[in-house]
Structure formats: structure tokens, C-alpha cells
Design a protein around this ligand. Structure first.
Ligand code: EPU
Length: 346
């Protein structure tokens, strides 16, 4: 096992921030991953785990060891009477994996096409788009549990229930840094049913008959490409805030004050109706769309996306995020929660 000193992470974070790791290692197997953590522990240095770097704000050079998970491999394990069980290594690119499932006649993930990042990072924030979430398709997840009272590292298999998936949330977010995902097992229903609950996707595919999974995949790619910036061209981490979920009375008073408020019914909690507000709309209405402070700004086609026009840094980005949060709180009384994780954790 060999680490590299002073390693640039510019191409390993989707904002493209010019930041470096004190020591860096790419790990291609569970064994080397374990050695890397043992090494960091033996030197009492902090460690950070990177997947695709597409849901992170790295705002300072990272001290200690940065571990880039490159554990690869994808295979159909078996088919039960109802599902195909598929294993994928944490380092595989998510979008290429979605393509592979379609190529292998295992449709179901097409609504999640073109989401940046790796398969290992996907369950952490329960990636979701166009009416689907990865949590629906999880069978179990192999992890290295790094936080034990006796300081021992342990391999664990977390079931879907253990993962506690919710909107953009999971057990991994409750315990940042504790679990390192090495492999994901998905359970993809054998009976395919198109998911067209997102109105724009239904509109894009309404003229196609018969409608095939690949048609939905292509429509999702088109919609995303029209609305969301390609991180290779313009640094970003997708949605920067969660869509806030509010109770019915908050929703009703906001709707009265702002009749054009964009919102969707959300899951009920303890029998109480909840509403998801479109954070992009709130930010847009406050005049931030296309707003720019130096090289950091708000994307001009989707106000929920913050972008780096080239030479911005993480500190400036977090300042703009705070400005937006304060404005939204002042105008609507609603708190916006940041979606990407800050590194180092602050
Ligand atoms: N809107 C505006 N102005 C904007 C942006 C949005 O008025 O600048 C309003 C529009 O009415 C629009 C509505 O907000 O119809 C919702 O916007 P959109 O359909 O783009 O979805 P979103 O709620 O902003 C969420 C996810 C996206 C996902 C899309 C589609 C979150 C935090 N974001 O965005 O996920 O692709 O739905 O399902 O839930 C990501 O996580 O990186 C991401 C892109």
C-alpha cells in the first residue's frame, strides 16, 4: 500500500475546486481499504472517503488521508421469482451502471439516469429523480464500519431496513464518515412498469408507443441536459438544497401569501399531511437565478443549483449558500438544508 503526498483533488470534486489532499490513495479492493484505514488510525490522522466527488463541498485542503474508492465490478447474482439481484462495486460510475442494467435487460433504474457520482455514494443521500429513488431498489449494502467502541473495524451487511431511507436521507447521513460502502446489492423487479409520475417526463414520452425503458432513459437524459449543468463544463453538485417539507398549516399560510407557490404533497407523518416546497422556486422568486458573486453563482436555468464559473472556492460557495438561506428564511420563514456534505466537516 502506497499513498501519494500533496495530491490535487481538482478533478475529483465536481465543483472543480483547486484543493489538495495531504495524502491520497486509490483503493481497488476491500483489503486495501482496510489497510488504508488501519494506516490512518496508526498515525492518528483524519481520513476522508471520496467516491465521485459530486456531492461534496471541499472548502479547505484535506489534512490526513483521502481514500478514493475504486472498488469495481457489476454482476447479476440471481433471479428470484420476483426480482433480479445485482451486485455493483462502490467505485462504479452510477450512470454507466444504469446503462449496463438496460443493456442486460434489467430495466427499472432508467428514471435515475445521468445522476453524477458513484454507486457507493448513491445510497448515502438516497439519490432520487423523476419519481424514483435508489432506496426502492436496495436489497443490502456491504460496508466497513469504522466506528466501534473497541476501535476495531468490522465488515457489515446492512439491509434495506437498516439503511432507513427517506427523502435525500439515510442512516449514512446520521453517522457521517462511520460506514464506508464497498458494494451495493440491488433488487430490481422483474416485472417492468414505467414510472411517469413526474409530469414533464410523462409529457416527453406521451407520443411513444410502445413505450420502452430505453425511451424513458433517453427522455430523462434530455430533460436533465436541458436543466442541469454538466459538471465537466460548469462545476456544480446538482441540487444544492433539499426541497423543504412543511406541515399543512405552514403550507396553507404560505399558499395564501404566495398563491403561485410551487409545492407537492409529501408523505404524511403521524397522520399529518406534509408538503414539499420547490426550493428552486423559492430561490428563483428571490431573484437569485443567474446571480453571481465573483466566480460563484446560481445556475441560470435552475436556481437550486450553485455553480463554480472557474476560479471560485468552497468558502465563497458556502458564503453564497448562507446568503440564500438567510433570504429564504426572511421572506418565507422556511429553512433550507444543504444537500452536499462539507469536507472537512464543519
Ligand atoms: N422552479 C422554479 N425555478 C427554478 C427551479 C425550479 O420556479 O429555478 C420550480 C418549477 O416550477 C419546477 C419546480 O420548481 O417545476 C421543480 O423543479 P424541478 O422539476 O427542476 O425539480 P426540483 O424539485 O428542483 C428535484 C431534485 C432533483 C431532481 C428533480 C427531478 C431535490 C433537492 N432535487 O429538483 O435532483 O433531478 O427533482 O426529479 O429533490 C439533485 O439532487 O442533484 C437533483 C438534480
Amino acid at each position: 500500500m502506497r499513498t501519494l503526498p500533496n495530491f490535487s483533488l481538482k478533478s475529483l470534486n465536481s465543483f472543480g475546486f483547486d484543493i489538495s489532499a495531504e495524502e491520497y490513495i486509490a483503493v481497488a479492493s476491500s483489503d486495501v481499504l482496510r489497510q488504508a484505514i488501519d494506516y490512518a488510525k496508526s498515525k492518528s490522522m483524519p481520513w476522508y472517503v471520496l467516491g465521485g466527488g459530486s456531492n461534496l463541498v471541499i472548502h479547505e485542503n484535506l489534512p490526513g488521508l483521502t481514500i478514493h474508492v475504486h472498488i469495481m465490478g457489476k454482476k447479476l447474482v440471481t433471479k428470484t421469482s420476483s426480482h433480479a439481484l445485482v451486485d455493483v462495486g462502490a467505485g462504479e460510475n452510477w450512470h454507466e451502471f444504469v446503462q449496463w442494467t438496460l443493456d442486460n435487460n434489467l430495466p427499472g433504474l432508467e428514471n435515475l439516469a445521468l445522476i453524477p457520482g458513484t454507486c457507493g455514494a448513491a445510497p448515502i443521500q438516497n439519490i432520487g429523480a423523476y419519481g424514483s429513488e435508489i432506496g426502492q431498489f436496495i436489497d443490502s449494502i456491504e460496508v466497513l464500519d469504522t466506528q466501534q467502541d473497541d476501535d476495531e473495524l468490522r465488515w457489515q451487511t446492512l439491509t434495506k431496513a437498516d439503511c432507513q431511507f427517506k427523502y435525500r436521507h439515510s442512516v449514512f447521513k446520521d453517522h457521517p464518515g462511520r460506514y464506508i460502502v464497498t458494494q451495493v446489492r440491488l433488487a430490481i423487479p422483474l416485472e417492468w412498469c414505467p414510472n411517469l409520475q413526474y409530469a414533464e417526463l410523462a409529457k416527453h414520452t406521451s407520443n411513444i408507443s410502445p413505450l420502452l425503458p430505453l425511451d424513458i432513459f433517453e427522455a430523462v437524459c434530455k430533460i436533465r441536459q436541458a436543466k442541469l449543468p454538466d459538471p465537466k463544463v460548469l462545476g456544480n453538485a446538482g441540487s444544492f438544497f433539499h426541497n423543504p417539507v412543511v406541515d399543512e398549516s405552514t403550507y396553507l399560510s404560505l399558499k395564501e401569501k404566495f398563491p403561485n407557490l410551487v409545492s407537492f404533497p409529501s408523505q404524511t407523518v403521524n397522520g399529518q399531511a406534509q408538503f414539499k416546497l420547490a426550493a428552486g422556486w423559492l430561490i428563483d422568486q428571490c431573484g437569485f437565478k443567474g446571480y453571481r458573486q465573483g466566480d460563484i453563482g446560481v445556475y441560470d436555468k435552475q436556481a437550486l443549483v450553485l455553480v463554480n464559473h472557474g476560479h471560485g472556492n468552497g468558502k465563497e460557495l458556502l458564503q453564497l449558500a448562507t446568503l440564500i438561506q438567510e433570504k429564504i428564511h426572511a421572506v418565507y420563514g422556511v429553512d433550507l438544508t444543504q444537500e452536499p456534505m462539507n469536507l472537512p466537516t464543519s
